[in-house]
Structures are given as structure tokens and as C-alpha cells.
Design a protein around this ligand. Structure first.
Ligand SMILES: *Cc1c(COP(=O)(O)O)cnc(C)c1O
Length: 397
């Protein structure tokens, strides 16, 4: 059996998105900046897609800027607010310990340029407290950046409360909504954000395209200089087929959201219940306040990478921590932030489902993970130490 359970890393393109991509690439090849008919037809489509996306997010079309994806949108939001803040003598940024590296690494760079960055803790449940944010909102804060849903453990952050706080204090607020858009309802006015990042390949669109919502009047500086595309905020000829595909995917995701979530949630619960029967393991992140498709579990006496290889042999595509960290030996910063010890964090498994998964696949996943965990533990000296009492278990039973 083959099971794709890595939808937080990327999704398969929806047929509607693929069709929109091909159709647009074939028929509308003009440059939207060209004055001739071919160019103007492309430009009209771009306007149309911008309108559809803004409608879904509850904003104006002129507040949507197409980018190369979530990372670029995160970078542009963070650097724009920081640059504006610095000019006003405000150099403190408040964020969380569990942000995506697209935000964390941008903040690291700003720290090197003299900004002070506060990364708030998220506690055992993996959720930041809005009171903690409130406490940090001193007059020198130029930006608060808190993700909507975490990409590793799926936890939903209290962005509505944080947005209200920031709006009241006149502080710019960015949310990385890459895991949320297309999965849960997102309205930029309800959460009072000034910037919001989204990425097409996380909701059935193509890779390499996304968008930044920047509220009218919020400071915005280009990362890429060149032509006057995207109202001078993002140079480079627009990727119209990709934008068409992203729009098709988002429209479909928005339309099917309640049914998709209901189905995915039932699959998730079945999978969590099945996996938690394996001895000495624990779910990472709050069980309820999480994305419908996210399961993240730590198994004691297990090396995550070894687990993934065994699962791959059994036809299962999964992930350990996040795809971006798997190249390094450091355990996930998110799992460390929720208080997992290094050796436990190393034994993590992330399975991310969507509505295309089936109950048969879930039952197969339970069987495959159980087998893979047994095999990896059978070869682990760490597991033997635990069993023979030389080391203590973190999770009883
Ligand atoms: C995937 C992801 C990103 C990066 O998006 P890309 O389009 O791959 O650059 C940023 N933030 C979160 C939360 C993500 O899951």
C-alpha cells in the first residue's frame, strides 16, 4: 500500500489547479505589462485572480501581492515592518519560539543588525499566551509576528486576541498563515492583521507561488528590485499560470472546507487513538486546538530518521520534525519549545492528512508505524537501556 501522509510539507496539486495551470500557460502567454491585446488579456486575468483571493481573505484586491511563496511573503512582511520601525526608533520585535524558519531566520538577521527579538514560550500545549504578548508590548515594539497554525505540531495560535491587542496599541502585526489558509476560515479583519503570508502548495496549488496580504497603509518595501510589477512592491514578470492555479486551488479549498475538515478530523482521531496504543509515546501539541490533519507523536527509544526509512519501505510518506530541519542533526526547535527532551524530540513522527486519505489508509498507517517502531526499538541500545532500567522512561506505558 502507498500512503501519502506528508501534506504539511507539500500537497499534491488539485486537478482543478493543474487544469487552470495548463490552460493559462497555453492560452494566456502574454506579459501582463505589455500594451498589446495578448498582454492586456493576461493583465485582466491577473486582476480577476487577485480579486478572487482577496474576497476569500476578506480584504481589498489592492492589498494582495503575489510572491514566490510563503518564505518570501514572511521575509517581506518582517523586513518591511522592521525597516519602518527602525526609522522611528523602534527596534523591538515580539514573536514565538515555534515560528517557521522563514520568520525565525529573518529575525536572527535583524538581531545582528541591532534589533532586540523576544521569542515567547508556548508551554507544553504548544500555544502562545496572548497575556505574554500583551506584557511585551512596550512602546519600542515595531512588530509582532505570530503564526496562525504551526507546521510541525498543528497547534492554532490565539491570533484574534493578539491582533486586537496590537491594533489597540498601534503595533504592526504579521501572521504566517501558510498552514491555515485553505484549511481553516481566515479573515484578515477578524484577526486584525496588517500582514499575512500564504503559500499555494500547502492547499493543493503549485509550488513557488504564494501571496502577501499587506493592509492598505501598512509599510511595505520590495525585497526584489526591478520592474514596477505588484504596484512597485515586487519586481519580476508575474507567473500567471501559477497564480491561476493557486486561485483555483484556494476557491476549491474554501468551498469544500467544512466537509473536508469533518472527514479529515475523523481520520485524525482514528489515527491518534490507534497510535497512542503503542507503548511509551505521547502526542505533541494540544489535542483539540490543532489543524484537522496534523498528528505529531514522540516515541521513546526511537530515532526519527530510522523510523522514516522503515515507513518509506512500507510505502508511507511521513516526516520527522519539519522537512527543513531534517537535513541537520538538531532536534526540532518546536518540540524543544514544548519541553521535549533532546532524546525524546529525536523520536518524533509527523503524519499530516487531508480529505483524500481513507480509513483503510489510516488502519494501514497504524499497523505500519507499530511495526516500524518495534523494528527501530529492536536495534536501539537506548531502548535497551530504558527497558533494563538504566535510563528512565519519560512517558509511562
Ligand atoms: C511551508 C511553510 C512556509 C514556507 O512556504 P514556501 O512556500 O514553501 O516558501 C512558511 N511557513 C509555514 C508555516 C510553512 O508551513
Amino acid at each position: 500500500m502507498y500512503v501519502y501522509a506528508d501534506n504539511a510539507a507539500t500537497t499534491k496539486m488539485r486537478p482543478s489547479a493543474l487544469a487552470a495551470y495548463c490552460e493559462t500557460a497555453k492560452r494566456f502567454y502574454g506579459n501582463p505589462s505589455s500594451l498589446h491585446g495578448e498582454g492586456q488579456r493576461a493583465k485582466a486575468l491577473l486582476t480577476d485572480y487577485r480579486g478572487k483571493i482577496s474576497e476569500i481573505l476578506g480584504c481589498k484586491a489592492g492589498e494582495i501581492y503575489f510572491t514566490s511563496g510563503g518564505s518570501e511573503a514572511d521575509n517581506q512582511a518582517v523586513y518591511s515592518a522592521a525597516r519602518y520601525g527602525k526609522a522611528k526608533g523602534k527596534t523591538k520585535i515580539v514573536s514565538t519560539a515555534i515560528e517557521h524558519h522563514a520568520v525565525l531566520h529573518a529575525l536572527k538577521r535583524l538581531e545582528g543588525e541591532g534589533f532586540s527579538v523576544v521569542l515567547l514560550p508556548v508551554g507544553e500545549r504548544g500555544i502562545v499566551s496572548s497575556e505574554d504578548v500583551a506584557r511585551e508590548l512596550t512602546p519600542d515594539v515595531c512588530l509582532v509576528s505570530v503564526m496562525l497554525a504551526n507546521n510541525e505540531i498543528g497547534t492554532l495560535q490565539p491570533v484574534r486576541e493578539i491582533g486586537a491587542l496590537c491594533r489597540k496599541r498601534g503595533v504592526l502585526f504579521h501572521t504566517d498563515a501558510v498552514q491555515a489558509v485553505g484549511h481553516i476560515p481566515v479573515d484578515v479583519n477578524e484577526i486584525c492583521v496588517d500582514y499575512l503570508s500564504l503559500s499555494a502548495h500547502k492547499f493543493g496549488g503549485p509550488k513557488g507561488v504564494g501571496a502577501l496580504y499587506a493592509r492598505a497603509g501598512a509599510p511595505l518595501f520590495p525585497l526584489i528590485e526591478g520592474g514596477a510589477q505588484e504596484r512597485g512592491k515586487r519586481a519580476g514578470t508575474e507567473d500567471l499560470p501559477a497564480v491561476a492555479a493557486m486561485t483555483a486551488a484556494l476557491c476549491e479549498a474554501a468551498e469544500n472546507m467544512p466537509q473536508a475538515n469533518e472527514k479529515t478530523l475523523a481520520l485524525r482521531e482514528r489515527l491518534i487513538d490507534g497510535l497512542l496504543k503503542i507503548p511509551h509515546c505521547a502526542l505533541n501539541g494540544d489535542r483539540e486546538k490543532r489543524l484537522a490533519g496534523n498528528i505529531n507523536i514522540c516515541f521513546e527509544g526511537v530515532e526519527g530518521e530510522a523510523l522514516l526509512l522503515h515507513l518509506d519501505d512500507m510505502g508511507v510518506c511521513a516526516s520527522s520534525g519539519s522537512a527543513c530541519t531534517s537535513g541537520s542533526l538538531d532536534p526540532s526547535h518546536v518540540l524543544l519549545a514544548i519541553g521535549r527532551k533532546h532524546e525524546v524530540a529525536h523520536g518524533s513522527l509527523r503524519l499530516t492528512l487531508n480529505e483524500d486519505n481513507t480509513e483503510e489508509e489510516i488502519d494501514y498507517l497504524i499497523k505500519a508505524v507499530k511495526e516500524a517502531v518495534e523494528r527501530v526499538r529492536g536495534m536501539s541500545c537506548f531502548w535497551r537501556d530504558l527497558q533494563e532500567g538504566r535510563k528512565k522512561f519519560t512517558f509511562e506505558t
